[in-house]
Write a protein that binds this ligand. Structure first.
Ligand SMILES: C[S@@+](CC[C@H](N)C(=O)[O-])C[C@H]1O[C@@H](n2cnc3c(N)ncnc32)[C@H](O)[C@@H]1O
Length: 172
């Protein structure tokens, strides 16, 4: 007989928070140029799992896309940013906030070297086809890159964001 016993829902429930987080504004995932709704739902699941919030512009299709692709019973924590550059510049000017971009960039920190967030941290993700626009780069203090050795140029944005979020949350 196997020595491994998989956890059932009651086991899992005991390990979890018993209610949703109270928006403590510690970690914020910011896919500011979203294209595919399903990636927002996936990211929001990771936010819920790591105690983070999601900050996204309220394009007309976004609320319904999140509702369709986010599958937990408890609602996730979503903030609407309004104009992306205005919001981002406000975050960059906040002396208590670190702004970290997840992007393939020269001089970026490798994921393995990224330390858990020590204070309020905004994690910026790029457009699914064109990455982080040039005009947003001036607001970015640090970049994190997830090394890749395969033939593809980049990862799916929700996959990349989830990996970095786990690292920033100190859960990996
Ligand atoms: C599909 S990629 C966009 C790639 C786009 N072709 C470009 O030229 O930048 C979408 C976003 O996922 C994130 N991403 C994907 N792969 C990544 C990696 N290996 N390291 C860091 N970020 C990554 C970045 O935020 C990127 O802007």
């Amino acid at each position: 007989m196997s020595k491994i016993r998989t956890k059932n829902n009651q086991d899992l429930q005991r390990e979890r928070r018993y209610r949703r987080h109270s928006c403590w504004d510690h970690l914020i995932a910011a896919p500011l140029w979203p294209l595919h709704g399903v990636n927002l739902g996936t990211l929001l699941r990771t936010c819920e799992a790591t105690g983070a919030c999601l900050a996204v512009p309220k394009f007309p299709w976004v609320p319904e896309a999140i509702e369709r692709s986010y599958t937990y019973r408890e609602p996730g924590c979503v903030h609407w940013t309004g104009d992306q550059l205005t919001w981002l510049s406000k975050q960059a000017q906040d002396p208590n906030t670190d702004v970290v971009a997840v992007e393939l960039a020269e001089g970026a920190t490798r994921l393995a070297d990224l330390q858990p967030a020590k204070r309020r941290t905004v994690m910026v993700l790029g457009h699914e086809q064109t990455g982080i626009p040039d005009e947003a780069l001036e607001f970015i203090e640090n970049c994190v890159e997830i090394p890749m050795i395969g033939t593809g140029f980049s990862l799916n944005v929700a996959v990349a964001g989830s990996m970095v979020l786990y690292k920033l949350a100190g859960l990996l």
